[in-house]
Write a protein that binds this ligand. Structure first.
Ligand code: GAL
Ligand code: CA
Length: 347
């Protein structure tokens, strides 16, 4: 609350300054103030927290170029209604650019209407709205990654591991018994990652047998619970654990640790994201690999677009797909890569 007051006062003061300048003899400058409102689906999501922190840093870097920046962040605790109210509040407080990570990707209409009424452009991120909705207005954008690519990469990493180590097929039946830990039901990253990892294994001639799957909403603790159940149903049959993100892969590892499994009795675990904890687990060989969800790249693209949309400069330098989309590529991370990424971070 206090913070809000301070920022609100800041915004009002900045606006006052702008008005003041425009009364002077000089021609008023282009807007050099970026009041960015960031609304995201849930403050307990590890990857999203890291992504919005990067975004805040990225936007602050423009201060060096003489752009004044204020960032206001709101997490919606998984409620679209809360998020709609938060967006309204952010617009009322004077934000001139919004970055929105929808709770419900199929329900952006109220937010779009609110923003459009005040001519505030929106950069949606990470949870991709349906294409028809993005076409509702030409000041709507999306920055994210292509979910299918992460599934394929996770599958390719699994193929390589399985081909290199016959011991992964513990019961030597020529098939890999696997389970999947899935993100939210209905989330494109969950559905598409799962489909693509499985397809990639099959396409590469790996015989697989699905034992079970569990929805754990991207969450480590929920994944641990799901995994405990799957272990009790399948005893030692599980040879491969495919998780839609790192937090859930870590939750699966937690489950085995809780049951005191020895290292040699563990299945292979694969994640997606390259969160700090995920990278550390890859470095320590607890997690066989992960697929990096390039939060730095996404944050940089969002900041660049936010600056261009608010100052009117630099739009021509940004490359879009289908006029409104920017996708950053994923990349695979094994032990060496994890070490390097962690070093880079600690520099
Ligand atoms: C995914 C990410 C997950 C979770 C989700 C939220 O891209 O891999 O960890 O953050 O977004 O929408
Ligand atoms: Ca087997």
């Amino acid at each position: 609350m206090e913070m809000k007051k301070v920022l609100a006062a800041g915004i009002v003061a900045c606006m006052g300054a702008q008005l003041f300048c425009s009364c002077g003899k000089e021609r008023p400058k282009e807007e050099r103030q970026v009041y960015m409102g960031v609304a995201y689906y849930d403050q307990s999501d590890t990857f999203i927290n890291a992504l919005v922190a990067c975004l805040k840093e990225e936007i602050q870097e423009y201060e060096e170029e003489g752009v004044e920046t204020v960032t206001l962040m709101r997490g919606a605790a998984g409620s679209q209604r809360t998020q709609n109210d938060q967006v309204k509040e952010l617009i009322d407080m004077g934000c001139n650019i919004l970055c929105v990570n929808l709770v419900d990707r199929s329900d952006p209409s109220e937010i779009i209407d609110l923003a459009r009424e005040k001519d505030v452009p929106i950069i949606f991120f990470n949870r991709e709205p349906v294409a028809e909705d993005l076409r509702q207005w030409d000041r709507l954008y999306y920055v994210g990654a292509i979910a299918a690519q992460s599934g394929v990469m996770q599958g390719e990493m699994a193929v390589e591991l399985i081909e290199a180590d016959p011991g992964i097929d513990r019961n030597k039946d020529g098939k890999i018994q696997y389970v999947v830990l899935e993100g939210e039901a209905g989330h494109q990253d969950a559905i598409i990652r799962t489909e693509n990892v499985v397809d990639t294994l099959k396409r590469n001639g790996i015989e697989i047998e699905k034992l079970s799957n569990g929805i754990a909403n991207w969450n480590r603790a929920q994944a641990q619970n799901q995994m405990l159940q799957m272990i009790s149903q399948n005893q030692n049959k599980i040879e491969l654990v495919l998780a839609n993100n790192d937090d859930m892969a870590l939750g699966a590892i937690d489950a085995y640790a809780k049951l005191n499994y020895t290292e040699s009795a563990l299945p292979v675990f694969l994640g997606i994201d390259g969160t700090d904890a995920g990278l550390e687990a890859v470095r320590d060989q607890k997690l066989a690999g992960t697929v990096y969800n390039d939060k730095e790249g996404q944050a940089e693209a969002m900041a660049e677009l936010a600056i261009a949309l608010t100052t009117g400069e630099g739009m021509d330098r940004i490359e879009f797909e289908n006029e409104q989309y920017i996708y950053l590529p994923y990349f695979k991370v094994t032990q060496r890569g994890a070490e390097n990424l962690l070093k880079r971070k600690n520099r």
